[in-house]
Design a protein around this ligand. Structure first.
Ligand code: LUZ
Ligand code: MOS
Length: 761
């Protein structure tokens, strides 16, 4: 699989934030983080560090020249801890030194007197104590209370869903360079260069036009750098301006894991009511989000949990409680799926439990409740161009759901020490930022006189392939080969007011903006060509670098046409803007249209559990995904497989362990296990729907970044069902991740090696 950076990556020549040769005189910032999770700051001792070799400055809350409190949604987060520390690793101070080594040495001379305060890590506890970040919301469609008595089965349960570290290969980092006239140039590993620009300007107390942020590429983001790259960039900028020297901050892995927020853990209560023939009549769910210490993006994340609480299912009566609960963990943040996976997991838990009570396969219930055109979601948007059933039917047929069931049942009947399980996961994910104003993209296309083209957009290349997509779009719009086109770094001086590269919408918004820019340039090109060839502009096309008139090739090449256009003094550059139409969302209203469209898909995952040891293998993952027309197949496949892998990791291996006093115990790669190539199934089959154009997406495509993450949820229930085949053990609380330890403990009673007795539901 190739994308536009493949050769640079495999030869190690691609440049990330700190790969560019450091400017002379560059200093290094290291962070003094709180050793405890919650406490009152009595005194900070930094004067010892200040006197140490190579130290040029120490910065705390008092040293912030402008705005001292930042925040993406609500300004509630002091850039350095002030009065109280709210989580382990909460930055108290930054030491700036001639080298990282000298800075780290000086770090040891920093001390803080902190009076410990009670620590809360559980969102239910925070909720009971009334420590919520906004008034708790309840969303209702229909009236769940009126239907329980009409249900043949009413099942209740609890869920405990863990968070997830982003584990981008490139930890958070940035480099800030002071330049003339009080300006500053910043290279940041951020998904949101305009947020970095805005907050640096604010903390420095200067206008935004004095701050230039440039981003070539990230070594992964996954949401972790949507909002939380900003802090480090602000800190580096403060020191750089004060000392008038370049300053770089690079977090090491342990610091990154301790100091930055993660996917939100949730605790959930559910109650589901079904008829005997498997129809879900009512779903009542409470989401207690573990928001962490500050708001960050928790509220929009919780909003998406609410929007996706019914996933792909048509349910007439719905009630959703959504509470953002403050705990003493780093502020949890965006992570691929943005609350959607947590919303969907609760409902899959309910369906799983219902299937046991009713003695049916979960997919029998799932398939009886899929949405279709005309269904109105609880947030008021009507389903149109629905492909849910289509992906289900194609998956069911292509992957032979019936056959899998028979094969697994017969394996389990004839094997004692090993059991197989499988589960199906339908996904319906809404595409658009739910903060409607963020749905805008910009692109700057330059055609140079030699026929080469440069494209700059608001999109951040973080390994997902957006640069390759932009190059493909320009190449197809102009009818020229990709070798003519280069995608340049994202830069706030070339593109203003950039929305974060997030919400799966980056190629969608910036690709459409690029199409608009190309169209504008094409008008001039075609006029010049028509004049030269003696035709009309609408009779001109360009294919394979050759200008065509009425469909026939002429002698006029792309390069010659560009040069002629330049000599004719006709515009060869354009700024394109795009925003999808028809979006509106206000949670207090019944009628809403938050999403431009939905992405659909269905996945089946099969596993084998070793019932002696508790470990397991993921044997296969097969899925049908609705991608619209797709831009570059290999890029899309990379996104689907990557999302699937990350989703499987979330519910299986990746365990964030905390002590009771809120210290992160799994804070490095020796204690936090992410799925690797060995763990993932060899048998992964991805099918894209054919003939599935999406009029809303660039070149008929659909957003692809996040939806595949949620296929991974099937791995959880596949393992649970393999356990059930060994001995039925429906837990009171469904706890994720399903680590091998957890599997072992659910196969056997704690104090005995005998299999547990079947428990009743
Ligand atoms: N980021 C954001 C997101 O700010 N708003 C969203 O709706 C969103 N959705 C998914 C991922 N990131
Ligand atoms: Mo994101 S969770 O930064 O799309």
């Amino acid at each position: 699989m190739r994308h536009c950076d493949s050769e640079l990556h495999v030869t190690g020549l691609s440049e990330y934030t700190d790969d560019v040769a450091p400017p002379e005189e560059m200093l290094h910032g290291v962070i003094f983080g709180s050793p405890i999770a919650h406490g009152k700051i009595q005194k900070l001792y930094t004067s010892g560090a200040e006197k140490m070799e190579g130290v040029r400055g120490v910065y705390t809350f008092e040293d912030i020249p402008g705005t001292k409190i930042i925040g993406a949604v609500i300004q509630d987060e002091p850039l350095f801890a002030h009065v109280e520390v709210m989580y382990e690793g909460h930055p108290l101070a930054m030491i700036v030194a001639e080298s990282v080594e000298l800075g780290r040495k000086a770090l040891k001379a920093c001390k803080a007197d902190i009076e410990p305060l009670p620590v809360t890590v559980c969102p239910r506890k925070a909720f009971e104590e009334g420590d919520v970040l906004q008034e708790t919301r309840v969303f209702e469609k229909g009236d769940v209370e009126s239907v329980w008595e009409h249900c043949d089965h009413v099942i209740e349960g609890k869920v405990d869903l863990a968070g997830q570290d982003h584990l981008y290969l490139e930890t958070n980092r940035c480099r800030a360079l002071p330049i003339e006239d009080g300006q500053i140039k910043v290279f940041s590993s951020t998904q949101s260069p305009s947020a970095v620009q805005k907050w640096i300007a604010a903390v420095l107390g200067v206008p935004m036009h004095k701050v230039e942020v440039d981003v070539k590429r990230l070594g992964g983001g996954f949401g972790g750098k949507e909002d939380q790259a900003t802090h480090w960039a602000c800190m580096a900028a403060i020191a750089a301006m004060d000392l008038q020297r370049p300053v770089q901050i690079v977090l090491n892995r342990v610091e990154d894991m301790k100091m930055t927020g993660k996917r939100h853990p949730y605790k959930q209560d559910f109650k589901v009511g079904l008829t005997q023939d498997g129809k879900i009549l009512a779903f009542d769910v409470a989401h207690y989000q573990n928001s962490g210490a500050f708001v960050d993006l928790s509220l929009p994340v919780l909003e998406r949990t609410v929007l996706h609480a019914t996933n792909a299912y048509a349910i007439p009566h719905v009630k959703i409680l959504a509470a953002a609960c403050r705990t003493h963990l780093p502020p949890n943040t965006a992570y691929r799926g943005f609350g959607g996976p947590q919303g969907m997991f609760a409902l899959e838990s309910a369906i799983y439990k219902a299937s046991i009570v009713m003695g049916v396969a979960p997919e029998w219930i799932q398939s009886r409740n899929l949405i279709s055109n005309g269904y109105r979601f609880h947030y008021g948007q009507e389903v149109s161009a629905c492909r849910m059933q289509r992906t289900w039917d194609e998956a069911s047929e292509a992957f032979d759901f019936e056959g899998v069931k028979k094969r697994v049942d017969s394996f389990n009947a004839s094997n004692r020490g090993k059991k197989k399980g499988y589960a199906v996961m339908p996904v319906c994910f809404g595409i658009s930022f739910t903060k409607t104003f963020l749905n805008q993209g910009s692109s700057l296309v330059h055609v140079y006189t030699d026929g080469s083209v440069s494209v700059t957009t608001g999109g951040i290349e973080m390994g997902q392939g957006v640069s390759s997509n932009m190059i493909a779009i320009v190449s197809r719009m102009f009818g020229i080969s990709e070798k003519h086109v280069r995608c340049n770094s994202t830069n706030t001086s070339r593109i203003a007011n950039i929305s974060p590269s997030a919400a799966s919408a980056t190629s969608d918004l910036n690709g459409n903006a690029t199409i608009n820019a190309c169209k504008e340039i094409l008008v001039g090109l075609k006029e010049v060509a028509a004049k030269e060839l003696g035709g009309k502009p609408e009779e001109i096309t360009i294919e394979d670098d050759i200008v065509h008139l009425k469909g026939f090739a002429t002698d006029l090449t792309w390069e010659k046409l560009v040069l002629n256009t330049y000599f004719s003094r006709v515009q060869l550059m354009a700024h394109g803007f795009y925003t999808p139409s028809g979006l509106h969302y206000d949670y207090t209203k019944k009628e809403n249209h938050p999403f431009h469209y939905h992405t659909y898909g269905t996945c089946i995952i099969e596993v084998t559990v070793d019932c002696l040891r508790g470990n397991y293998t993921i044997d296969l993952a097969r899925l049908v995904h609705d991608l619209g027309r797709g831009i570059i197949r290999s890029v899309d496949l990379g996104q689907v497989e990557g999302g699937l892998a990350q989703g499987i990791g979330w519910v299986t291996l990746e365990e964030l362990a905390y002590s009771d006093d809120g210290l992160l115990l799994s804070h490095s790669l020796s204690t936090y296990k992410a799925p690797d190539g060995d763990f993932l199934p060899n048998d992964i089959e991805v099918r894209f729907l054919e003939n599935a154009d999406n009029p809303g997406g660039p070149l008929g495509s659909k957003a692809v970044g996040e939806p595949p993450f949620m296929y991974g949820i099937a791995a959880y229930f596949a393992i649970q069902r393999a356990i059930d085949a060994f001995r039925l053990n429906v837990p009171d609380e469904i706890v994720s991740p399903m680590t091998p330890e957890r599997v072992l403990l659910s196969l056997y009673d704690k104090d005995s090696v005998k299999p547990k007795q079947p428990s009743s539901v």
